[in-house]
Design a binder for this molecule. Structure first.
Ligand code: PLP
Length: 259
């Protein structure tokens, strides 16, 4: 197989017609780090920058066919997982991760910023059981972390419960919490949490979480260690949010190119 340059990130995400989240975010964020996104579309969505109306899954058999051809002819250096369309996609992903043995970033897309549910209880359970033990970094926001580890008394206990599921690193983002700063916290087993503090920007955004997770996957694909990769991906995402664009009504979308 030829040595590829740039590094390749396999992204499994939903298609968001607004271009704010999902596959658009992956292509732009990965490209901006100097890597290249291979994209598998987990689902089509019907949405605007307010909220998601409907998710239309792509059949797992089609995704499997697409993956086999890519895996046979390219050298994938990292995997980024966003919105999942159906529970059958989870078992498929677990097999791909076992096969590729590369860093995996999982952005657990459970609910849209507009409030719509994006993951059934069954899908969420499958993610917890089949993906968390195989993931390098999980990137939930605070609400998603609480939902994935219910009944925990405080953020530290919540993080410990998620790490106990087997993911190596956890970056809990604080964009959905109140406060003058956005505090994102990096947790791992046997190490003190590390807080990254960013000035809170005055708007609300559509696709911020996808953007950060994709940038992080690209950094890891390029061989960066976790600490500098986390720092660089957040720094770049903060700049993309500072250059956000208004494309219509609703939340603004990150300015990932032409800055
Ligand atoms: N649509 C798709 C395809 C997504 O992947 C996501 C989030 O990851 C969303 C919509 C929701 O994004 P947000 O909560 O930023 O509006």
């Amino acid at each position: 197989m030829p040595q590829t340059s740039p590094p390749l990130v396999l992204c499994l995400s939903g298609h968001d017609p607004t271009g704010g989240a999902g596959v658009h975010a992956d292509i732009e964020a990965v490209g901006a780090q100097g890597a290249h996104a291979l994209t598998l579309v987990s689902a089509l969505t019907v949405q605007d920058c307010h909220d998601v109306q409907r998710v239309v899954p792509v059949p797992a058999a089609t995704l499997a066919e697409q993956f086999e051809l890519l895996a046979a002819s390219t050298r994938i250096a990292a995997i980024k997982i966003g919105l999942l369309g159906a529970v059958e996609q989870v078992a498929l992903l677990a097999r791909w991760i076992e096969r590729l043995r590369v860093p995996v970033v999982l952005d657990p897309v459970l609910r849209a910023g507009g409030g719509s549910e994006l993951a059934s209880a069954e899908l969420q359970g499958a993610v917890l059981e089949q993906l968390l033990p195989r993931v390098t970094v999980l990137t939930p926001n605070r609400a998603e972390a609480r939902r994935l580890a219910p009944g925990q008394a405080n953020p530290e206990a919540c993080a410990a419960a998620l790490l106990a599921r087997g993911c190596a690193h956890l970056l809990v983002t604080g964009g959905d919490e109140p406060g003058a700063e956005v505090v994102n916290t990096w947790y791992r087993t046997n190490a003190a949490p590390v807080a990254f503090r960013w000035p809170r920007l005055p708007e609300t955004f559509h696709g911020a979480g996808c953007t950060l997770a994709a940038a992080l996957a690209a950094r890891l694909a390029s061989g960066e260690a976790m600490a500098p990769a986390l720092d660089a991906a957040q720094r770049w995402t903060q700049a993309a949010l500072a250059h956000a664009r208004t494309i219509g009504e609703g939340r603004r979308i990150p300015g990932r190119i032409l800055r």
